[in-house]
Design a protein around this ligand. Structure first.
Ligand code: GLU
Ligand code: ZN
Length: 292
């Protein structure tokens, strides 16, 4: 066992589809090939977007693929105290403030918030909480893609860390938990590439360690749209896992040889761990899938 600790952090908004299988498989392969741990975190902090039964369904699907995790699953719904503590700390440091700007106002600004409520000292009723973002991180080194530079306006925005509807923002929960779980490298899909700068900004503000980041190519439909349950990405739990796994391996640049194509999942995975190398993972941010 090495010090490497990776993770997969699905949101239970629906069953796993091919895109999320790729993220799970890529992070699993990376952790196992480093002889590290692979932790599982259920990001169930947004009930309006969740689907009943999806969390269990995701766990059962991972088991069918033989993507085994270490230790207990961490549920974000059980972590409110930790998020509250982080929020309170930021407020005490003067690094957070209330904002009641209507969405319409921010839209009129072109979508990036201008810090309007920073000195207003609102009482918190019907308010979101924003981070005082004094020196936003605007670039980082991605383990696969090299230097990633984001738009400065985006990087410097006072983004939301607690929502007006009372829910914690993903950005806050994700950094608190990556630190809590001791994650050394975050491996996930390219849809979250840009948000990395915000997470690093928050890690700095909270004095948390900054893990390494590595973003895998994203599977998109041939029309360029992201796979999601909104556009009917077929849940992979319903098809033969052996075939979906062979396809996901091929997607990551690791096409199984003919005698292993559609072999039992543990057999495919043992082979894949033994020859997994970052250099064979495609560098594209998106890869088009043919609808079949
Ligand atoms: N829960 C997020 C999602 O499913 C992923 C979070 C992450 O990997 O940082 O999109
Ligand atoms: Zn405001």
């Amino acid at each position: 066992m090495t010090d490497y600790i990776g993770r997969f952090a699905p949101s239970p908004s629906g069953p796993l589809h091919f895109g999320s299988l790729v993220a799970a498989l890529g992070s699993w392969l990376r952790a196992r090939s480093q002889k590290g741990q692979w932790l599982l975190r259920m990001e169930d902090i947004d009930p309006p977007r969740e689907m009943a039964g999806a969390a269990d369904d995701i766990l059962r699907t991972l088991e069918r693929f033989a993507l085994t995790w270490d230790g207990e699953v961490l549920y974000q719904s059980q972590r409110h105290q930790a998020y509250d503590a982080a929020l309170t700390w930021l407020q005490q440091q003067g690094l957070a403030y209330y904002c009641n700007c209507p969405r319409k106002r921010i839209k009129a600004l072109g979508g990036v918030y201008d810090g309007h409520c920073r000195g207003r000292d609102l009482d918190g009723r019907d308010c979101a909480i924003r981070l005082v973002n004094n020196r936003g991180v605007s670039s980082f080194e991605d383990g696969l893609l090299g230097t990633i530079v984001t738009d400065c306006e985006f990087a410097e925005e006072d983004f939301i860390i607690h929502r007006r509807d009372g829910l914690y923002a993903y950005q806050l929960a994700v950094v608190v938990d990556d630190a809590f779980q001791g994650i050394t490298e975050v491996v996930r899909g390219n849809d979250l590439l840009e948000t990395t700068v915000r997470q690093q900004t928050l890690q700095q503000a909270l004095g948390l360690p900054i893990p390494a980041y590595l973003h895998l190519p994203l599977a998109v439909w041939s029309d360029g749209n992201k796979l999601s349950k909104q556009n009917h990405a077929p849940p992979i739990g319903e098809t033969a896992p052996e075939l979906a796994l062979s396809r996901a391996l091929a997607f990551l640049g690791l096409t199984p040889p003919p005698d292993l194509w559609q072999a039992p999942c543990p057999t495919q995975l043992t082979w894949a761990v033994s020859c997994f190398q970052l250099s064979s993972v495609p560098r594209e941010r998106k890869i088009l899938l043919q609808e079949s």
